[in-house]
Design a protein around this ligand. Structure first.
Ligand code: COA
Length: 260
């Protein structure tokens, strides 16, 4: 696959998807969103990939937002379509991805960048990271899920303050807000993501896909998460991984999951 705006590679069962427009602080233009969609769809099908690490190129930014130069002259209808298409093609794809997606926030994560990080299943950050939703300073609101996912992660009051002030928080504050799970030196960020990925990969990937569905069900309007949990729990009993996991435990050996 030939990408112009992202890097996509697989190594030791990890898919590395890296936004690669460092001169534009990895701002998300239409082409980048389309390439990210393609990379995620290909990571979905690639049996070698068990976990995805999402990050940004360069030392300065994860993603500094949607590409402002692309939408500055949009009409209301075009704006609506921009948000709808972005949510469908990328942000919801990441949030509902059946394999764990870890956002490694290596610098600015602003606007669409923070929204992308928040779509991931969880986030870790380098100590130079800065996060915010500056949209109201541009006369617009977050359109890639930010008004929904930020309150889910940090609570309504903090989310309202971040959105209304359009200000940035640093990595330490993001940790206090529980927006990120861990903060580390920039050079340790990807190694930490890899260490967490390695721990995840000891477990059943079919069970993990089911757990992602059940946890996400809590945030879907009109869906009863407890019922989704019951269904996913039941389905687990029909998998090879369940037989392997339980028999390994009973025989006091390490499980060797096939992911089926
Ligand atoms: N969209 C388009 N281009 C962007 C961008 C964005 N969201 N964020 C950064 N860039 C571009 C800049 O225009 C600049 O391009 P140029 O060199 O061709 O002029 C380049 O990336 C470097 O950015 P610059 O502003 O010079 O870096 P800085 O270190 O002075 O400032 C930021 C960094 C993140 C504070 C600043 O770039 C910024 O405020 N970006 C916009 C953030 C934002 O509002 N995002 C939400 C969009 S909805």
């Amino acid at each position: 696959m030939n990408f112009e705006n992202i890097l996509f590679e697989e190594n030791e069962n990890i898919g590395y998807i890296t936004i690669n427009r460092p001169n534009k602080l990895n701002a998300l233009n239409k082409a980048t969103i389309a390439e990210l969609n393609e990379a995620f769809e290909s990571a979905r099908e690639d049996h070698d990939i068990k976990v995805v690490i999402l990050s940004g190129s360069g030392e300065k930014a994860f993603v500094a937002g949607a590409d402002i130069s692309e939408f500055a002259d949009f009409s209301a209808e075009e704006g609506r379509r921009l948000a709808a298409e972005g949510q469908e093609k990328l942000f919801n794809v990441v949030a509902n991805f059946p394999k764990p997606v870890i956002a490694a926030v290596n610098g600015f994560a602003l606007g669409g960048g923070l929204e992308l990080a928040m779509s991931a299943h969880f986030r870790i950050a380098s100590d130079n990271a800065r996060m915010g939703l500056p949209e109201v300073s541009l006369g617009v609101i977050p359109g890639y899920g930010g008004t929904q996912r930020l309150p889910q992660l940090v609570g309504k009051g903090k989310a309202m303050e971040m959105i209304m002030t359009a200000g940035m928080i640093d990595a330490k504050e993001a940790l206090e807000y529980r927006l990120v799970n861990h903060v580390t030196a920039p050079e340790d960020l990807i190694p930490l993501a890899e260490k967490i990925a390695a721990k995840i990969m000891n477990n059943s990937m079919t069970a993990i896909a089911a757990a992602i569905k059940a946890v996400n069900a809590n945030y879907e309007a009109g869906v009863n998460g407890f019922e989704v949990e019951i269904d996913e729990f039941g389905s687990s009993f029909g998998t090879e991984d369940f037989k392997e996991g339980t028999s390994a435990f009973l025989n006091k050996r390490k499980a060797n999951f096939s992911g089926k």
